[in-house]
Design a protein around this ligand. Sequence first.
Ligand SMILES: Nc1nc2c(c(=O)[nH]1)N[C@H]1C(S)=C(S)[C@@H](COP(=O)(O)OP(=O)(O)OC[C@H]3O[C@@H](n4cnc5c(=O)[nH]c(N)nc54)[C@H](O)[C@@H]3O)O[C@H]1N2
Ligand SMILES: Nc1nc2c(c(=O)[nH]1)N[C@H]1C(S)=C(S)[C@@H](COP(=O)(O)OP(=O)(O)OC[C@H]3O[C@@H](n4cnc5c(=O)[nH]c(N)nc54)[C@H](O)[C@@H]3O)O[C@H]1N2
Ligand code: SF4
Ligand SMILES: [Mo]
Length: 676
Amino acid sequence: MLVHGTCHHDCPDSCGWVVTVENGRAVDMSGDPTHPFSRGELCPKVNRFLDRVHSPDRVLHPLRRVGAKGEGRFEQISWDEATTIIAERLRSTIRDNGAESILPFSDAGNQGMLAMSGISARFFHHLGASRLIRALCGPTVGAGVKMTNGSSLGFDPLDLEHSRLILLWGTNTRLTNRHLWPTIEMARERGARVVVIDPLRTITADSADEFIQPRAGTDIAMMLAMMHVIITEDRVDREWIGAHTFGFEELAEHLTTWTPERAAEMTGVDAEVIRRLARDYATTRPAAIRTLVGAEHHENGAMFFRTLACLPALTGAWRDRGGGLSRSVGSWQEELIDDAALERPDLLAGRSPRTINMSRLGEALTAADPVVRDLIVWNANPMVTIPNRELVREGLEREDLFCVVHDQFITDTARYADIVLPATTHIESVDVVPAWGHLWLGWNEPAITPLGEAVSNTECFRRIAAAMDLDEPSLFDDDLTLIRDALPTVDIDALRADHHLRVPYPNDGRPWANGGFPTMTGRVEFASDQLEQLGHPRLPDYIPPVEGPAGPLAERFPLQLLTPKHHLRFLNSSYTHLPGHGDREGGPFIEMHRDDAAQRGLDQDSQAEVHNDRGSMSLPVRITDRVRPGTVVIPWGWWADQHPDRRVANSLTNDTLTDWGGGVAFSDTLVEVRPA
Ligand SMILES: Nc1nc2c(c(=O)[nH]1)N[C@H]1C(S)=C(S)[C@@H](COP(=O)(O)OP(=O)(O)OC[C@H]3O[C@@H](n4cnc5c(=O)[nH]c(N)nc54)[C@H](O)[C@@H]3O)O[C@H]1N2
Ligand SMILES: Nc1nc2c(c(=O)[nH]1)N[C@H]1C(S)=C(S)[C@@H](COP(=O)(O)OP(=O)(O)OC[C@H]3O[C@@H](n4cnc5c(=O)[nH]c(N)nc54)[C@H](O)[C@@H]3O)O[C@H]1N2
Ligand code: SF4
Ligand SMILES: [Mo]
């Protein structure tokens, strides 16, 4: 039997897959050749997905902690025992401390619609628990673009096929969005030039026609200088500006001092390179800017995207199919989803519990008032993925904290749980996957029955709700009812039969060609009253990060640390512990420029101690020419188990929030390195 599904990973590609099932067992899994975006290919992570499903390390039964927190010793218990313990604890917390002392914590470990916010959202609304701000990945990009365009909608990345100039700005397409690469190659065959702008010479930069390497966190200066050149050389699209933008004169005035020479000093990019890039951008049509998420993780992350969104408006790039700004297309998909029906915020019944930003989990667990007593984690591995992680660890070590983790494995986070609940993998449960890298909504049909006693995220919360004797009927809706309620305009039977469905998108592929921007002025806002009212600069501007080379910490910690996604066989924190993944990637390690290493008496394979005020860890050195002097890299994703001193890259990273949008600036981290 062949069963069609859609990959659930937090990855833009949302590939279609086909599982071969024999006698109730999944024996093969491969890419679905009929999927319009992934076209039959998966990736080095998911090619071995069945090894993950059948891994001897899978958690298949509820577990109760018997060792110390973090030690990882558990005993098997029944689901009844587990949910009874959880229900009693949550009830006593609500009675003694109030429901706000409960913190749900989850992200997009499974980005299926039900997995992310099926019963869980309703359950925590009904309790009146603290509300989590899930903005670690993406919302800052949207919030930045929105301040310029009023909307975060960009153009369909598959239309890059029509582009003649493609600026891959802060995105590592060949690693993080691999199924888009053939489209970019197709554009190249038709004459397009591809320019990568990244502080790190990535595998994507290696494949580009040109690579421009600004210092991390400084790109806004380069964008301002590009706009300066475009305006002073009168390469703007006056007609489009006149019809569809607001504040052009103010912007032009503001940019007079933003010469390429000034930007060159900040970015380290030659003034002539900036000048030429500006001219190429303004004179090539269609001209595309493609970006994803990586560049948001700076103190000025939202301003980065607000400024970036000004470029296509200046040159009228939105006129063309394949011109303008292409980013996550999640917002096109979300227009189909009735969030209120799915998540039922009405169950808050007039209460307005506090919000807690997920990127400040460490602070929330160690300093929040009222104190967080109970933490329920699913779809996330914060001990690896949240910045300033040693503070998260301190929080999880609190003896008075009750922690439940629902996952497929004993992750670094699960080691601290009082109760671990077994989660299904995506081939064991039904869901619908709204993609953010293409325009097809994907159905996921379960291929096998759940292994052991594993349950899906929705079933997990139905069981906890039942154990608490809650009588709110919507907490017990089944999965198909949830799907139908959440997608009122979608023919669910057709989606199920066809495996994917294209979401509505303008036929001519030019979403903003004729303006209609939903800002206060109805135009692209070069000048923004709204930003000014919120206390931000009204015009695009470069504010250097406090934890950056120009800030007060740089004297003690002169090196900028990047902790990027880097490994072909990892997906965020997932897979690092499985055979065929971590063991084949070789690591963890720190990459340094030869000059920085030599200055510190280090060389290839020396053991280095990397430190700042948040933490320290020792790692072998790899000499690289992929970074400028002054920048070091610790690829991210490895678990503490894989570091001799039980630290992870995020032990060092900055948890300052972004200027707006609620994101976090882990890529503005300063460190010093010395021989270990
Ligand atoms: N330093 C640094 N930090 C980063 C980043 C970085 O580049 N550098 N990237 C950031 C970004 S962009 C992101 S998105 C986050 C990702 O952070 P996370 O979402 O925490 O990481 P993942 O590894 O994607 O997924 C977490 C867990 O979900 C579990 N899971 C998968 N499917 C299911 C399911 O169906 N049910 C349940 N209950 N669990 C499931 C997996 O087993 C895994 O343990 O990390 C962020 N942190
Ligand atoms: N193989 C694989 N694929 C993945 C993931 C994975 O872990 N592994 N994770 C998935 C997830 S959750 C996400 S969010 C996406 C992210 O997809 P991308 O946004 O494409 O990936 P990132 O590596 O987070 O960031 C892209 C690039 O931004 C650069 N960058 C950082 N700071 C700056 C800056 O100031 N200026 C500029 N110009 N560039 C900067 C980084 O060096 C990096 O090369 O990838 C997804 N796909
Ligand atoms: S992780 Fe991404 S590239 Fe790999 S199969 Fe899933 S959606 Fe496709
Ligand atoms: Mo992400």
